[in-house]
Design a protein around this ligand. Structure first.
Ligand code: SAM
Length: 226
């Protein structure tokens, strides 16, 4: 049995097709788990740092998946070549939203065949949604998952078009219209964090920053009280 956490297990539910590319794969748990479940037939696992790359090589070898998982050392989507056009799903998980958006921006030309994207951010998903909207992708679903007190966002996108409002970009078009318990918990925590920052500021000396945080607090309260 591949040891996998609930977060990656949830991500795996959205994988489509026979072939997965997992970018930032660390121990390659997601590709190995998806193979074990019979969800996919082959995978590419990409890692930019030699240490985690070696961990992926070792764990894939240990679990006997070396014939099905091709592990590549390199930056983001640039590990994918034109002959990888059989890839049906690309996953980028366990990073901040700005880093995921950067990986998509810098390597988008490497996935001209437009696979499904499953993007699981730890914080700040807005840049991801902005990228998807500007680059011919449509969010088909979003969900939240809580693990060890942290609440993560999962965004699933397929080729298509969408028009997102400012509220959609920040809170998620599938998440804010019917706020779930986790959604309320996540954004209530965010209000508390903003409140703590405000307490450190002098409303007169740091007026611009103070007012901006108040604006953000009110924006969140509006969504929570809709
Ligand atoms: C926190 S780990 C998450 C591992 C796994 N995806 C998960 O969700 O549990 C992030 C991994 O992404 C890798 N990473 C960060 N930037 C990357 C990039 N530009 N290209 C490939 N891998 C990257 C890191 O080296 C690290 O192993």
């Amino acid at each position: 049995m591949i040891p996998i956490n609930r977060r990656l297990q949830k991500v795996s539910e959205y994988i489509i097709g026979d072939s997965l590319a997992d970018i930032g794969s660390d121990h390659a748990f997601l590709p190995m788990y998806s193979l074990e479940q019979g969800q996919i037939k082959s995978a590419i696992a990409g890692e930019v740092i030699p240490g985690p790359y070696q961990s992926a090589v070792n764990s894939v070898q240990r679990h006997g998946y070396h014939n099905q998982i091709d592990i590549r050392l390199g930056d983001g989507l640039t590990i994918l070549n034109p002959e990888d056009d059989h890839v049906d799903t690309v996953t980028i998980c366990g990073m901040g939203g700005p880093l995921i958006a950067k990986i998509l921006t810098q390597g988008f030309e490497h996935i001209p065949y437009r696979p499904r994207l499953i993007l699981q951010s730890n914080i700040q998903s807005e840049p991801i949604r902005r990228f998807l909207q500007a680059n011919g992708y449509q969010i088909v679903t979003e969900t939240l998952i809580k693990e060890r007190a942290h609440i993560y966002e999962i965004i699933v996108a397929d080729p298509g078009t969408m028009t997102l409002s400012a509220r959609d970009l920040k809170f998620g078009p599938f998440l804010h219209p019917n706020p779930s318990e986790l959604f309320v918990e996540k954004w209530t925590r965010e209000i508390e964090a903003l409140h703590d920052i405000k307490e450190q500021l002098d409303p007169v000396r740091h007026q611009a920053r103070y007012d901006e945080i108040t604006r953000q607090e009110n924006e969140i309260k509006e969504v929570l009280n809709q």
